[in-house]
Write a protein that binds this ligand. Structure first.
Ligand code: SF4
Length: 428
């Protein structure tokens, strides 16, 4: 809204200095939305999809399924006057039921599933040399788009595993639908996220594998993304007394995640989760305490590196947030010595995605990011299962549907491809 713009330049500064997009010769947007999080005037905002989701809820022929990303539970509470990053899961699930969701599922389930596929792919690259190293994480669609636009020569380094939401949508409209006797064409999948880039990701034309499997390629795996901010606004608009909501549990199956799935929202969380899983897969024993609290990849530094011994091999890793930091990392002389690199676009990871409620201080201060991060780690410590490989619902999914990680069917459903972008394809 240009009328509200005071020309302070905060939006341009974050896009140029942290994201590394503004100011280049190529006109582009990677959809991270950090410009909206930096705008103190409310002149920039992310497209709100609540009206479309509310219409689906009112339509009796539709089965509306909400799936919540890990970070939403440390953001939602802040919209109700706190700005403290508290971990709030039970009220979040109750709110989504009160808003009319037929099922409420947890993306931490698919975070664990992502680790199984991404970790298996990494072991293949290391042991068989079947793709270039280092392997980049693929869960951040803004990062993926950054590579597609500015570094297409690096596309082969990105894990082919879909993001957790990409997997969640595909599995709901196939396996979950069959288990519950629901026609997949009646399902409206709504991802609730901290992230504006997910709104663009679900529109990628190749994210329709469930539709292709039933001869309806026009059916997207996910139908809508609403952010935590949008969810908070919807709760308020409906007059729901959030404070007094009782706790509610997720539905099953696809409603259970491990601590490794929870910490996906933190910078370094995907790396830590992957190392726990890789250790157990290779060593055939539980991950040691050092990997259940892997300090070298934790914290708010923009670039962190660490090494781990697994199966007699030293695995060199790096954890980065900010695509500008990632670009500089790719220019390092020792880049080729790394095996696995996690990249998140937003500062501190998804816990401070542009869709998170912000409170009064814009942009969100580091104290809020740290609080959200430590509350995610505290939840991880409290959970009985902390390694994705131990998730019983994921184990069941492989037993009943995919056979094993990296199987031909898993490759078809849970993996994807990327392509160089230019022109209008880079701008949209
Ligand atoms: Fe979205 Fe997370 Fe990437 Fe930010 S870091 S753009 S919230 S996926």
């Amino acid at each position: 809204d240009e009328k509200l713009c005071s020309e302070c330049g905060h939006c341009f500064a974050v896009c140029q200095e942290d994201i590394g997009v503004a100011g280049r010769d190529i006109r582009a947007c990677i959809n991270c939305g950090q410009c909206t999080a930096a705008c103190p005037e409310g002149a920039l905002s992310v497209r709100n999809d609540v009206e479309s989701v509310a219409a689906a809820v009112r339509d009796p022929s539709k089965v509306v399924i909400f799936s919540t990303s890990p970070s939403v539970r440390v953001g939602l509470d802040d919209a109700f006057g706190y700005t403290r990053g508290a971990y709030e899961e039970g009220k979040m699930v109750s709110a989504l039921r009160a808003l009319g969701g037929d099922y409420v599922l947890d993306v931490t389930f698919s975070a664990d599933l992502t680790i199984m596929e991404e970790g298996t792919e990494l072991l293949g690259r290391i042991l068989n040399g079947n793709a270039p190293l280092p392997q980049f994480t693929s869960c951040c669609p803004a990062w993926v788009k950054f590579v597609e636009i500015f570094h297409p020569d690096m596309i082969g380094h990105i894990s082919s595993a879909k993001s957790p939401i990409g997997m969640q949508g595909a599995v709901i409209k196939t396996y979950f639908a069959a288990k519950h006797g629901i026609d997949p064409q009646s399902i409206v999948n709504v991802a609730v996220t901290p992230c504006s880039a997910k709104k663009a990701e679900i529109l990628r034309p190749e994210f329709n594998v469930a539709g292709r499997s039933v001869g309806r390629p026009e059916m997207c795996d996910n139908d809508y993304v609403i952010t935590a901010k949008e969810l908070a606004g919807w709760i308020k608009a409906e007059g729901i007394d959030y404070e007094r909501l009782p706790d509610s549990d997720f539905d099953s199956i696809m409603g259970k995640g491990t601590g490794a799935g929870v910490i996906f929202g933190n910078t370094g969380g995907v790396m830590e989760a992957a190392l726990r899983m890789a250790y157990t897969a290779v060593e055939k024993k539980p991950a040691p305490d050092s990997l259940l609290s892997f300090e070298p990849v934790r914290g708010l530094e923009g670039v962190k590196t660490a090494s781990v011994e697994i199966g007699g091999q030293t695995i060199k890793t790096a954890v980065i947030y900010g695509t500008e930091n990632a670009e500089k990392f790719m220019e390092r002389d020792d880049f080729g010595a790394f095996h696995f690199v996690e990249v998140m676009t937003c500062p501190g990871g998804c816990i401070s995605g542009s869709g998170q409620p912000q409170g009064d201080i814009i942009p969100p201060p580091d104290s809020l990011r740290k609080s959200r991060i430590s509350n995610m780690y505290a939840e991880d410590r409290n959970l009985p299962l902390r390694n994705s490989i131990d998730n019983p619902e994921v184990q069941q999914l492989y037993r009943e549907f995919f056979s094993e990680p990296g199987s031909e069917f898993a490759e078809l459903m849970l993996h994807t491809h990327y392509y160089p972008r230019s022109g209008s394809d880079a701008e949209k």
